[in-house]
Design a protein around this ligand. Structure first.
Ligand SMILES: [Zn+2]
Length: 292
């Protein structure tokens, strides 16, 4: 049942994605963010952003978009920069909007993810509701971290602790002073929350904020710097502290949903259909605290 719930939630995300795709206005943009490194900001809010690094002999791509269409758009953008083969793909987590383009972007690439992401992708593959997707399972998995040497660069791929899901990966590019955040960071937006941990998510963001960084690639929306990441971290922390305080006074889940004050973040996007509103985030935190 739990598995089924998770999958149907995920499927919900996919359905919403197709609704949102028709609302997409801006054009996908490729921005150079360091030597050999590019951020691909999707024009479809429901399909993830990507990052790609062009080495001497091949390319690494972080996240590949929702499906073949989004993957093709991404590959087209990569090809305008380099004709080298895509040798590696990192999927930050198992949600389809981050890995649905794998087969198009890098049909012979080595796919890298956490052990958890591979397990959850395997479950998606077996779900009849997900038949429309062609997932490429990771070839190489890790639990804590792995360093990729894409000459002349090094790339640090690591599990920062439970956050958006229980097995996200972050991808840090030390030479370029940049990081790909997957859905641990949505720029100016209330995030969807899977079975992760907001408490540990905040710690993970604090750690990222200590790194030397000029560019931060969010899972969705505009390219960012540390200041937008700091604001997102403050949003999560503010909400976490409020929910914890309300819960201590024995407020019910419904009261907590109603009694939080998030006026400071009134410019944040909220998506009710993704369970990604301030109240939904408060409910997720409440349930996580309950489970402790
Ligand atoms: Zn996600």
């Amino acid at each position: 049942m739990r598995m089924h719930l998770r999958n149907s939630k995920c499927w919900n995300i996919v359905l919403l994605v197709s609704v949102c795709s028709s609302l997409a206005a801006a054009e996908s943009a490729v921005k150079p963010i360091g030597r050999g490194l590019y951020a691909y900001i999707s024009d479809n809010d429901a399909s993830a952003n990507s990052t790609f690094l062009v080495g001497d002999a091949g390319i690494l791509v972080v996240d590949t978009g929702l499906n073949r269409t989004e993957g093709s758009k991404l590959l087209g953008a990569i090809r305008r920069v380099s004709g080298l083969p895509v040798n590696y793909i990192v999927n930050t987590h198992y949600h389809p909007d981050h890995q649905g383009g794998n087969a198009v972007v890098g049909p012979s690439a080595v796919v890298i993810s956490t052990d958890f992401t591979r397990e959850r992708t395997l479950a998606l593959q077996k779900d009849p509701g997900m038949k429309a997707f062609h997932f490429a399972l990771a070839d190489l998995t890790f639990q804590q971290q792995v360093t990729l040497h894409l000459e002349p660069f090094t790339v640090q791929i690591y599990f920062p602790g439970k956050a958006h899901t229980s097995g996200d990966a972050l991808v840090y590019f030390p030479e370029q002073r940049a990081i790909s955040m997957g859905d641990l960071f949505l720029n100016r937006s209330s995030p969807a929350m899977d079975d992760g941990s907001v408490e540990s998510w905040i710690h993970a963001l604090d750690h990222v904020l200590e790194l030397p960084l000029d560019n931060v690639v969010p899972g969705h929306f505009e390219l960012a710097t540390k200041s937008e990441l700091q604001r997102f971290r403050d949003y999560l922390n503010d909400l976490y502290q409020q929910v914890r305080a309300l819960k201590k006074t024995n407020k019910t889940l419904e009261q907590v949903r109603r009694d939080i004050h998030m006026e400071k973040y009134s410019d944040f996007r909220q998506y009710a259909k993704y369970d990604a509103t301030f109240a939904d985030n408060a409910a997720a935190i409440y349930q996580q605290l309950q489970a402790h």
